[in-house]
Design a protein around this ligand. Structure first.
Ligand code: ZN
Length: 396
């Protein structure tokens, strides 16, 4: 059996239809590559493509897209709500059928090497393909974004993995990586102020937030008094009044009492758990394997908690939705629905439908079609625009 991969490249253009179409053509004309979806966002000013294929066709599709993006997109003119570092901003490879993470890493590195050479462009490896642990997280690779590249690119710890270590004002740089199948899942709020979406995002993301004294009761956690800090001999829990005498005690307390991995949250926040003194006490978020931020979608008049669900075996869209719903209700905010960015494997949606049916104690065997209907309604996927199952889902 052949190995099947998914490629989910994002370009920094979400408004100019001519450029978007030319990039889509570059992918679609690659022999063996199946372009499943082209998903432009005006507010983010970026477009997400979903491509399926074997290793050879994925490699060629990525190269064709890099070449076209280099030709047509000029980063000097780019602005948008989403973090980005270059014209072809990110290019992740996902192992699907018969393919392992190692296969995806090899493929990603080959693509990165070729973009570096053939397009003479700076390339960073991230995710499972990273050669340096500090480049595993995309947010770290994109730190400072395009605007800081000129200043940063020649610094020893920011040197590209492939291509020239010099600033390319038109193209910027590209992050090529390998990762698990992830879901970009945005929950819509009825709040006008983006502060609510940001506050909820910090509550749910695995990395969490600095803990505060919760003596004031205001809808926004970020307004609840000063930040708590760890001091030698006093390590406050971010979630209750407990104060450990060592960080180990507080980590054990957090695991037993709140069922959260404080050590991991500290690491994700860049705090060394062996030397946390002086750092803000951490309040880990409630969802594992989740990144989140809050933003506004002016073109739709809504604010969103925008999440990346990094491991669907650990965090499902249903669980993410229900967690955000509780946090929103606590703040007097209503969740009106959600959107899935890009495409989703059909079995992810049927699982969501069955999750909601189980919550109702409905044990009757639901067909896949019935489960999908339940999922679409439960998540409110028709809130901003009609969710077309046949266009948004794929099977492989
Ligand atoms: Zn506690």
């Amino acid at each position: 059996m052949g190995k099947l991969f998914e490629l989910v490249p994002n370009i920094s253009e979400g408004r100019d239809r001519v450029i978007i179409d030319r990039c889509a053509e570059a992918i679609a004309q690659t022999s063996g590559a199946r372009l499943l979806e082209t998903d432009p966002s005006e507010d983010a000013n970026r477009t997400v493509f979903t491509v399926l294929g074997d290793a050879a066709s994925i490699e060629e599709a990525a190269l064709a897209l890099a070449k076209t993006a280099r030709e047509l997109i000029d980063m000097r003119e780019h602005s948008g709500a989403h973090p980005r570092i270059g014209a072809l901003d990110v290019c992740p490879v996902v192992p699907l059928k018969n393919a392992t993470t190692d296969d995806a890493v090899r493929l990603a590195r080959r693509i990165g090497e070729r973009i570096g050479e053939e397009e003479n462009a700076p390339v960073y490896l991230y995710g499972d393909a990273a050669r340096d642990e500090r480049r595993r997280r995309l947010a770290d690779v994109r730190k400072g974004e395009y605007e800081s590249l000129e200043r940063e690119i020649a610094k020893p710890d920011r040197l590209p993995d492939y291509g020239p270590a010099s600033f390319d004002p038109k193209f910027g740089a590209v992050a090529v990586g390998a990762r698990k199948l992830l879901l970009a899942f945005n929950v819509n709020l009825n709040a006008r102020k983006v502060a609510f979406a940001r506050d909820i995002a910090l509550d749910v993301r695995e990395r969490g937030r600095p803990a505060r004294r919760e003596n004031l009761h205001t809808p926004l956690y970020s307004q609840r008094g000063p930040i708590l800090r760890y001091r030698t001999g006093a390590y406050p829990c971010g979630q209750c009044g407990y104060v450990g005498r060592s960080i180990e005690q507080t980590i054990a307390h957090a695991r037993e009492k709140h069922m959260v991995d404080l050590e991991r949250a500290l690491r994700l926040a860049g705090v060394d758990p062996n030397k946390p003194e002086g750092a803000a006490a951490r309040k880990p978020g409630s969802l594992k394997a989740t990144m989140a931020l809050g933003w506004a979608l002016p073109s739709r008049g809504v604010t969103q908690v925008s999440m990346n669900l990094l491991d669907l075996d650990v965090v499902s869209p249903g669980l993410a939705m229900e967690t955000v719903r509780v946090k929103a209700r606590d703040r007097g905010v209503v969740v009106t629905g959600a959107e899935i960015v890009g495409m989703v494997p059909r079995d992810v949606l049927t699982d969501v439908g069955r999750y909601y049916l189980r919550r109702q104690g409905d044990r009757d065997e639901a067909s896949d079609e019935e489960a999908i209907v339940v999922a679409v309604h439960s998540l409110g996927l028709n809130d901003l625009y009609p969710f077309r199952v046949e266009k948004k889902t794929f099977t492989y």
